[in-house]
Design a protein around this ligand. Structure first.
Ligand SMILES: NC(=O)c1ccc[n+]([C@@H]2O[C@H](COP(=O)([O-])OP(=O)(O)OC[C@H]3O[C@@H](n4cnc5c(N)ncnc54)[C@H](O)[C@@H]3O)[C@@H](O)[C@H]2O)c1
Length: 389
């Protein structure tokens, strides 16, 4: 630390988690370097071009560039920094785990003595063990904290300030350095041990996935019984406080919930019938949507609104709306996909404007409900909405 400023290297710092975090840390006057293998993204970032949507990110990136944030694809750079934050993408697959561990070995090879590492990616106990048992980790007297990211994608810069930061350490005792670092960013901290922190992070997303899946299961059951679930939900929830926070039915995709639930299952309860049933319920939900499209649209031409994994996002990773597009194609549907958040070069099929195709068909399928769709004139159309998530 120099003049109360931290020297921070963020590895995987051009990604969805790393970039807002890097800009946020830089905005507090710290010396920050983003280390990432995606050199295209790094070049664009240095020109103030953001690679994905996140509220306020554009402004934060401009400030970061003014503050002289640095970019590099060279991991060796970490030896100029005292705090290394790892924000690489992870999943429950063995391949990703190996990649992550290879990177950790490189980091520990290059890191200076007495440095600190924050693991920010969603990880398992195995990765922590792997790090703690590394020869360099011990010899160089490195201190480790697992500080999981819990933000909702798209709201990073707001939630970075608002959510308390879980700090997992080996003994669960507050480590002054990590505590002061987050304090300097104005972030409240909560300390626990590694094992609790790993469980907490995976449980949080698994619980959310379960909640969203539960409502889809009731929707599936209503469907089997030829009942109008939306109508029932409207009646059940109106002025009824005990169902106030019920989620809406809809697709549950994206880069976190499915993968974290799978990781949780493998890590803690591989044979859990409940956890094993979740994916199946969502597969049935998809099948019901496909059957419904066959049933309610008089011909096989339709406009599909929304492709991203959740409303108002530009993220197509593990998007079930995108999967729906491909499933409908296989069933012979002729589709005009529309999503203003998605750039043409990120998909291999043609995207359309509503005005250009509105006259070609009256069939409209809303798969991801972006707020802007509320302004479309859908009068006279046969509209089927998958859900409101
Ligand atoms: N996306 C979310 O909203 C969210 C929320 C909470 C937690 N997480 C977790 O955060 C982690 C990161 O997710 P993400 O969405 O930011 O992923 P991402 O794919 O957007 O970002 C990962 C970045 O790492 C870079 N990278 C890959 N290999 C590298 C290497 N060897 N060296 C340096 N850089 C490398 C990639 O180029 C990319 O920019 C995951 O573990 C995820 O589960 C994500």
């Amino acid at each position: 630390m120099l003049n109360n400023k931290y020297k921070v290297a963020i590895v995987g710092g051009a990604g969805h988690i790393g970039l807002p975090l890097s800009c946020f840390i830089s905005s507090h006057g710290n010396d920050v370097i983003i280390i990432d293998t995606d050199t295209d993204k790094l070049k664009k970032l240095s020109e103030n071009i953001i690679p994905f949507k996140d509220d306020g990110l554009q402004e934060y990136l401009k400030i970061a560039n003014k503050n002289n944030i640095k970019f590099s694809d060279n991991i060796d750079e970490i030896n100029n920094y005292e705090l290394i934050i790892i924000t690489l993408g992870t999943s429950s697959s063995k391949g990703d785990l190996n990649k992550f561990q290879t990177l950790m070995s490189q980091v520990l090879e290059n890191i200076n003595k007495n440095s600190r590492i924050i693991l920010r990616s969603t990880i398992t106990n195995e990765t922590i063990e792997f790090t703690l048992n590394n020869k360099n980790f011990k010899e160089k007297n490195i201190k480790l904290a697992y500080c999981p990211e819990r933000i909702a994608e798209g709201s990073s810069l707001k939630e970075l300030k608002e959510l308390p930061q879980i700090i997992g350490t080996q003994d669960g005792i507050e480590d002054k350095y990590f505590l002061l670092f987050f304090k300097s960013l104005g972030i409240k901290t909560l300390t626990t041990d590694f094992k609790n922190a790993v469980f907490l992070k995976l449980f949080t997303n698994s619980y959310r996935y379960s909640q969203f899946t539960l409502i889809n299961e009731f929707s599936n059951i209503a469907e089997e019984n030829q009942l109008d679930f939306e109508k029932i939900i409207d009646l059940a929830t109106l002025d009824y406080p005990r169902l106030k926070n019920i989620p809406s039915k809809g697709f549950v995709g994206g880069p976190c919930l499915i993968k974290d639930t799978e990781t949780f299952r493998i890590e803690y309860s591989e044979d859990s019938q409940f956890l094993n049933s979740l994916r199946k319920i969502n597969t049935t939900f998809m099948t019901n949507i496909l059957n419904k499209c066959n049933e309610i649209f008089i011909d096989k031409k339709l406009i599909q609104l929304g492709l991203t994994f959740k409303p108002n996002s530009d993220d197509l990773r593990d998007s079930l709306s995108l999967e729906l597009y491909f499933n409908l194609k296989k069933m012979g549907f002729d589709i005009y996909p529309i999503d203003e958040n998605v750039s043409q070069d990120s998909v291999e099929f043609e995207l359309y404007d509503f005005e250009d195709v509105s006259k070609l068909t009256n069939n409209v399928l809303i798969s991801t409900f972006h707020t802007s769709f509320k302004n479309l004139d859908l009068s006279g159309k046969k509209v089927f909405t998958v859900g409101n998530k």
